[in-house]
Design a protein around this ligand. Sequence first.
Ligand SMILES: [Zn+2]
Ligand SMILES: [Zn+2]
Length: 634
Amino acid sequence: MTHLRRLALLLLLLASFSAIAAAQQESTLRSVTYHLKMSRPVSHLFEVAIEVELGNHATARSIDFQMPKWSPGRYAVFDFAKNVQEVSARLACPAGLDCTLANPAVRRVDDQTWRVDLPHSTLPEKQLTLFFSYKVFGNDLSGTFSQLDSRHANFNGGSIFMYVVNHKPDPVKLLIDPPAGWRVVNGRMDKSDQREWQFPNYDVMIDTPTEIAPDWTDNEFQVDGKRYHVVVHSFGDEGGKRANLVRDIEKIVRAETAMWGPPEFDSYTFLIHFAADDHSGDGMEHLTSTQIIEPGALGEEGVYGSTLDTVAHEFFHVWNVKRLRPLELGPWDFTRPLSTRGLWIAEGITNYYGHMMRRRAGLWDDTALLRRESQTITGIENSPGSHLMSAEDSSLSASFLDDAPHAQQTNLDNSSISYYPKGELIGLVLDLMIRGKTNGKTSLDDVMRRMYEEFYLKSPNASYYLRGRGYTTEDFERVASEVSGLDLYGFFKLYVRDVTILPYDEALGFVGLSLVREQARQPFNAGIGIDWQEKGSLTIGVVHPNSPAEDAGLQENDEIISLGKKNISRENFLVSLARYKQGDRVPITVKRDRKTIQTTLQLGAPERLEYRIDERKDATPQQKALRAAWLNGS
Ligand SMILES: [Zn+2]
Ligand SMILES: [Zn+2]
């Protein structure tokens, strides 16, 4: 190739680049409006029409609509496009003009994208309006999916609304046409019976979960001049507990705003379902609301406390995750799974404070809080995955862990840990270390507040999405070190990026507490976890690595038939096992597919330890004062 020819080619390339750039600049839309109808609730089909006033976009010749692959807050890929059907498009004439326009062709271009080909048009200023319509099936009551049935419509926008490709930052309007007698409510209400919303962009629209039903109720309270709504849709008996629930939610709001300062919204909505179906359960954070779903009825035992647990966690997200957020958490790329190292901070530290705030709100005493943290330590330290997966690795594996569906068999029960409890324990230990080593002058509360100030309140917008910019885990490490005056590099290296056991004894010692380890009350270790979800049969759910069960050649999905000479069922398994002791050789028969297999299980030494946080008898007055400051948040 000659020099001249290369120059000519270069010029040609430059010219085509600028042509592409110009086409992208010109690709403006005059408006994007979402119309949502639900004319046949029992069909579970939401009817969506996206009205796009094209403006100069018509020169682009085609326009793409895309369904997200996942939705913020839950990082597994769910491919919402699988529930889309009956996609079509039509063009409307500009107002005041009489014209006939053929319906444009719609092509599916990949698993999540539909393309509408636009006709050559001679109409003035390309003033065409495109209506892109489809139906989307939704029959899951959850913080991620959507449900439409005879009782209500409850939607999470990411699972029902497509975005216009390259126009996710554009302002959007939402119009809801509910069935007769059904009322709409969400965390962005300006008036009652509202049916029309304007959002700054698509990301904020799908951050606004919405409930539509004839019979939800609303209780209000105010804290620091901000209005709070407790919107409840109950499918079971409430046992007269509603008034107390609202009062206790207010206590949590007061405790958390006491730590952070008043939130920046004017009003906030707790959108709560008591599903009374034994399976729907969730909590999902949003900028001005949270969606909470309890599987039981409020009147049933345990449901009240579980609701407060979720409330304390989700409301903490108002600051930690929704506004103070890891770099990757907004704006989002919905074409591939999200990867962030920071979920142990975003979710784990939120878990820590969720529990802490029940104590600070006066809803738990010290014993209840310490018992809860002891349970978390017991869970993590007995889990085989905690020797293999760090908190950062766990964050990066989020799309496989948090409610992710698996068609392929996995070993995640043995090889992974969750960033929720691991992050909670890092938060606990880090908080106590900072308090202890600075003699109570600083705490994790100070670190979190400084992070919020630096990365949200005082940071310019780094994108169209929201104020502030995201942080990296290195930023968090730097701020924690600066605020505490401690060099925390080693702490992060060992306990966040590696799998070293957290220094519980040292941390608890600063506040006059100690960690007691006791052999669990089991006489032996078999190394089997039963799959109690598998109804009907007694099936092995997990075989622990290097365990007696593995030595005996047992595998997950084996159905246990007999132990010794005794036939075994789900009902008598635990009682039968309890007759044996360490060292016993127990004949065991299992069914694997169509084969019956006999082997011998030699019961090993008990391995499981129970952990308990106890008060030290020799705690000094100074340690007790540090403990009180920690528990009371001062
Ligand atoms: Zn509902
Ligand atoms: Zn959370």
